[in-house]
Design a protein around this ligand. Structure first.
Ligand code: SF4
Ligand code: SF4
Length: 217
């Protein structure tokens, strides 16, 4: 990976709309080049019970039950240094049948939500995400401000989100902020009642996406 390079992330408005529309297909086009940062960052990757080709391609030695789900989902366990065991000589050895989570991952979300961490275990992912450069028109600038307001809202209400089963970490928070950002296009809530209404709507939107994602499996 070239640490000095910058990469064109495209028009922010078009990108975020594609990200919102992406649930049905799960596949997302990212110009990754030789980068494998997200294959060396996570402790594990969830694989749905229906991803039979993927599960068949991975030795059971690398799989554990994902006890968060009652439907037989597995976790592909990373090596102690967080490198995915399917990464062989710098390439995904099961690329045609890689997990849905890998196909859906787009590190531009971290850039869009300003949730880039260039230290600690996610440093390589953060460094790569930091290299994306979006272009903006007036509308897409408003959208990004709304995403940033959504991130701040999720941080403020992280207990409420977690108590409803939504995970709280930078990559998940970025995706959630993108999904609920439209609630903030009119500005931040300014009263307690408005805050509670936005929270209820945000949770409804995230549950909707969770159901869509589940239905597409
Ligand atoms: S970190 Fe980003 S650019 Fe690198 S492989 Fe993952 S999605 Fe692609
Ligand atoms: S399964 Fe393939 S794409 Fe997914 S993290 Fe492992 S090496 Fe990367």
């Amino acid at each position: 990976m070239d640490d000095e390079a910058l990469y064109d992330a495209g028009d922010f408005g078009s990108w975020i709309q594609a990200r919102l529309d992406q649930v049905a297909s799960n596949d997302v086009a990212v110009a990754c080049g030789d980068c494998t940062a997200c294959c060396t960052t996570f402790e594990g990757i969830t694989i749905g019970h229906d991803e039979t080709e993927t599960l068949a391609a991975i030795s059971s030695f690398h799989l554990r039950e994902d006890t968060r789900f009652a439907n037989g989902a597995k976790i592909l366990i990373a090596n102690p240094d967080r490198t995915c065991p399917m990464l062989v000589r710098g390439k995904c050895s099961i690329y045609p049948v890689r997990p849905r989570a890998c196909r859906a991952f787009d590190c531009r979300s971290l850039a869009a939500a300003d949730l880039i961490d260039t230290e600690g275990p996610g440093a390589a992912l953060g460094a790569r995400a930091d290299q994306w450069v979006f272009t903006y028109d007036d509308e897409s600038k408003k959208r990004q401000l709304a995403v940033l307001d959504a991130v701040e809202f999720i941080h403020r209400h992280n207990v409420a989100f977690r108590s409803r089963g939504f995970t709280y970490d930078p990559t998940v928070t970025a995706t959630q902020a993108i999904r609920i950002h439209a609630l903030f296009l009119v500005g931040k809530p300014t009263t307690q009642d408005a805050e509670a209404k936005v929270l209820a709507e945000a949770i409804g939107i995230l549950r909707h996406y969770a159901n869509l994602s589940f239905a597409s499996r």
